[in-house]
Design a protein around this ligand. Structure first.
Ligand code: AGP
Length: 605
């Protein structure tokens, strides 16, 4: 929920830290700070608000010279977003500074203990206990003090720690929060995410939980929790740096919406050879699978909701959906015949990780569908299918969601073939439909120039309903979430047939209804629901393909999508809803890439 970054080398560190923090700002953006060592003194600068304020305060880092430093961008959990609660936090003697991403669960006990020992606390954060513990355990050996401190902490933490007495040395510790080391020449880095370092190095080391490392300008040494040095592999980042930049678009979200056809191609094409789906990483005994359980959070969960229909229809295996935050405490009925599918863009979502661990403990095999290579979820799973969407920066996911859907489609067809639940002709037909999707995703982007105009018409709505049936309903869930999270307009997603069981009471002239009508197997039924809401005065914006003249004549406004097989249509149908949410948010002057109260990667419970 926060972003951390660190540098040690020969360059002026602060500008590098600030650039890195800008790349990590999607992880949290209510306050930020840096600490740099100069002349054996730690200089700390902190601000409330965005990194831009920190750049201004430090004159882009020029006011804080020094070749070793750490930085932090915060999403507040313990203590309000104020200058005082912002990281880095310093020890009472000023010798140490720490940045932290995660939550220290036993901080109340530690705070009491340290207060009794005479330590003085400046902030309300859980983090501050860490830096006082380091001071407490320091008797001339920095490494020992870090190790002893880590042994006292419970919870999740990625830490960066500097010591004024040892200006070229940085210690980092990882436990259940992302942390990656960047290997440079004469300089080394750490960050929560590679985007913060890729401008300087493409060589990275992934730390595992329980490991800690020492960074100096010329070396990186990694240790296990007992302090034994361990060898680590250096991995090469291959994606283009431009992939993490805005590339001329006003917002990352728009850029990422536009990238979907390309991302879809990257996800699908290498996995279809001579008309056959190849999932080489999925060496699973399908005969042993009696049920599938899908778990995730937010949009990733909604991708699962849409994928469930396709998997059940093609594979004839029962698929159950569970929100990860519920599943982890549900005492789930899971055994060795359960295949757990975990969906996550970041691969670092705390609830998803916990649910996954719980199900694994009970015997389930885990297939992770993830975007970030080397992420915690990817590492914990038995099987991994990457979504290959490239870095996603906007808090609201777009290409992350659609590529998750595409992998679920690939999985459904691949599994159906393995289980013999699909006729060869139907398999071949659906594989060619799948191959056509990137082009159809491009068509939907090209065929709706009216969306900005529709956004002007609907942007003042106080609330909206998104309705649909079957896969259209699953898309309604995600469409409504997109609208809520970036435009702050209340949006309710509803199974169209359920309206009359209560919520139709809320329908009136001021309550626009977005009706999703792309799944041909149920559009006739949804049309009767459109008539019901129109009778109560609601304006209806329908999403359908052009040939469906009945809907065109019923709806007040139309968004068109190409005709796609109902089993695969969700990934095309969602795109105009992403665009609509984007343009509504733009009309309302919202901070689209960094919506209030949110963060990209929810690494705390
Ligand atoms: C979607 O726009 C949200 N940002 C959010 O719901 C997100 O999908 C959820 O937090 C799960 O994240 P993950 O895919 O990285 O696990």
């Amino acid at each position: 929920m926060c972003g951390i970054v660190g540098y040690t080398g020969v360059q002026n560190g602060a500008p590098i830290l600030l650039e890195g923090l800008k790349k990590l700002e999607y992880r949290g953006y209510d306050s930020a700070g840096i600490a740099v060592i100069q002349d054996r003194t730690i200089h700390i600068q902190k601000v409330t608000g965005r990194i831009a304020n920190l750049c201004e305060k430090t004159q882009d880092g020029l006011l804080t010279p020094g070749c070793t430093g750490i930085g932090h961008t915060r999403w507040a959990t313990h203590g309000a977003p104020t200058d005082t609660n912002a990281h880095p936090h310093a020890s009472n003697d000023g010798r140490f500074a720490v940045v932290h991403n995660g939550i220290i669960e036993n901080y109340v006990e530690l705070r009491r203990e340290l207060t009794e020992k005479g330590y003085h606390f400046e902030s309300e954060t859980d983090t501050e206990v860490i830096v006082h513990l380091v001071e407490h355990y320091y008797h001339g050996d920095f490494q020992k003090a870090v190790m002893k401190t880590a042994n006292r902490l419970q919870g999740s933490y990625a830490l960066g720690i500097i010591c004024a007495d040892e200006p070229g040395r940085v210690f980092v510790v990882r436990e259940a929060s992302p942390l990656i080391l960047g290997v440079g020449i004469g300089e080394n880095f750490f960050a929560s995410d590679v985007t913060a370092m890729v401008a300087y190095t493409r060589n990275v080391i992934y730390l595992e939980d329980g490991e800690f490392a020492e960074l100096t300008a010329n070396a990186i040494r990694v240790f296990d929790c007992a302090g034994r040095e361990i060898p680590k592999q250096i991995n090469r980042i291959t994606w283009d740096i431009q992939a993490a930049e805005k590339g001329g678009y006003d917002h990352f979200m728009l850029k990422e919406i536009m990238e979907q056809p390309r991302a879809a191609k990257a996800t699908i094409t290498p996995r279809i050879q001579s008309g056959q789906i190849q999932l080489d990483d999925l060496d699973l005994d399908f005969g042993n699978v009696r049920r599938i359980l899908i778990t995730a959070c937010g949009s990733a969960y909604y991708a699962g909701c849409a994928g469930k229909y396709t998997i059940e229809k093609l594979c004839r295996i029962p698929v159950q959906m569970e929100l990860a935050s519920e599943l982890r405490y549900a005492d789930p009925l899971v055994d060795e015949h359960t295949l757990l599918i975990v969906l996550s863009q970041s691969g670092e979502t705390a609830d998803t990780i916990a649910a996954m661990k719980e199900c694994r403990r009970r015997g389930a095999k885990v297939l992770a569908i993830v975007n970030v290579v080397g992420s915690t979820i990817a590492k914990l799973a038995d099987y991994v299918l990457y979504t290959w969407a490239g870095p996603e920066i906007a808090v609201a996911t777009t290409k992350g969601y659609t590529t998750q859907l595409l992998v679920l489609y690939l999985f459904a067809l691949y599994t159906a073939k393995k289980l013999n639940t699909i006729e060869e002709t139907e398999y071949c037909r659906l594989v060619s439909c799948l191959k056509a999707l990137p082009k159809q995703m491009q068509q939907v982007l090209d065929m709706n120039p009216a969306i900005p105009r529709l956004a002007k018409k609907y942007h003042q709505a106080y609330s909206m309903f998104f309705i649909g049936r079957n896969t259209d309903y699953a898309v309604a869930l995600e469409g409504a979430l997109k609208m809520k999270e970036i435009s702050y307009i209340h949006a309710e997603s509803y199974a169209a047939g359920e309206l009359k069981h209560g919520t139709i009471a809320l329908i009136h002239e001021m309550q626009p209804v977005i009706a999703l009508c792309c799944n041909e197997s149920v559009t006739e039924k949804t049309m009767s629901n459109i008539i019901e809401v129109k009778t109560r005065g609601a304006e209806v914006l329908a999403v359908a393909h052009r040939e469906n003249q009945k809907i065109v004549s019923l709806a007040d406004d139309m968004i068109y999508v190409p005709k796609v097989d109902p089993l695969l249509c969700a990934c095309v149908e969602i795109i105009p809803l992403q665009m609509l949410a984007y343009h509504v948010a733009k009309e309302n002057g919202c901070d689209i890439d960094k919506p209030m109260n949110l963060a990209k990667s929810v690494t705390v419970e």
